[in-house]
Write a protein that binds this ligand. Structure first.
Ligand code: GLN
Length: 251
């Protein structure tokens, strides 16, 4: 185990639109609560990615920003980190740019970093905006995965990538699953930040660096989860009531 776990937040100025930088803070804080030293490093877009980090975190961003971000990731640092089994956690735009290809705002195809066997095009119909709920599809995470999504991209996985979750509510990748797991690279469409709303997912990532972790008192996080799951249940019930409203009299 490293003396201090170093968590690199990749290009927050480009991939920080949705508050996903909180994922790096959550990882660091959950280690500190257990007496493990942790530090986060914000990697500026003009800086090289540090080779010595133990975990790399990428967030969501806008189409133009993600095209710029991918051009700055061609130095192989992330690929070497993934080869070495270091966790790389990527959300939405971060997920899309780690794939084989994605589209920019004008619909042109761009090559991604190629760490995930997936391709991103456009969702048919409108942008996916709202709560996203998934049943984890990986060993070691049993709690439902909750967050919100806001994207126009649809991501189809190839055989080397496995889904992170099966979608119970919302859109996710666009074909019934959310996210991807390929070796130590883990990706999702969940914002929230995802790791604040899903402490089990945070600990699952951390356990890849520091091994088994002692449990924490997650009562506040559980309260947040309950509130979000209840809000989603209510919104869905209201939606069904609207669909089943009887026709007005005289029609
Ligand atoms: N621009 C991408 C899309 O809309 C990613 C959005 C995001 O990161 N939330 O699909």
């Amino acid at each position: 185990m490293p003396d201090a776990v170093r968590i690199a937040l990749v290009f927050p100025s480009l991939l920080g639109t949705y508050g996903d930088g909180g994922n790096a803070s959550v990882l660091a804080q959950r280690l500190r609560w257990r007496g493990v030293e942790a530090e986060t490093v914000d990697v500026a877009v003009d800086d090289a990615l540090p080779e010595q980090a133990d975990v790399y975190v990428l967030g969501g961003g806008e189409d133009t920003a993600q095209t710029l971000a991918v051009s700055r990731l061609a130095d192989g640092v992330l690929a070497r980190a993934a080869d070495a089994g270091k966790p790389v956690f990527a959300v939405c735009a971060g997920f899309q740019i780690l794939g084989e290809t994605f589209l920019d705002g004008a619909g042109a195809v761009h090559a991604g970093v190629g760490l995930i066997d997936c391709r991103t095009d456009r969702l048919p119909g409108s942008r996916a905006v709202g709560e996203l709920l998934g049943e984890p599809a990986v060993d070691g995470v049993v709690e439902l995965l909750t967050g919100y999504e806001n994207h126009g991209g649809r991501t189809l996985l190839g055989p080397a990538a496995k889904p992170l979750a099966r979608v119970r509510s919302g859109t996710g990748n666009g074909d019934g699953v959310d996210g991807a797991v390929q070796g130590s690279v883990v990706a999702t469409y969940l914002h929230g930040p995802a790791l604040a709303r899903n402490p089990a997912l945070a600990d699952w990532l951390l356990s890849k660096v520091v091994g088994d972790l002692a449990p924490l008192d997650d009562s506040e996080e559980q309260e947040l989860r309950r509130e979000r799951l209840t809000a989603l249940r209510r919104a869905r019930a209201a939606w069904w009531r609207r669909q089943w409203r009887p026709p007005a009299r005289g029609t």
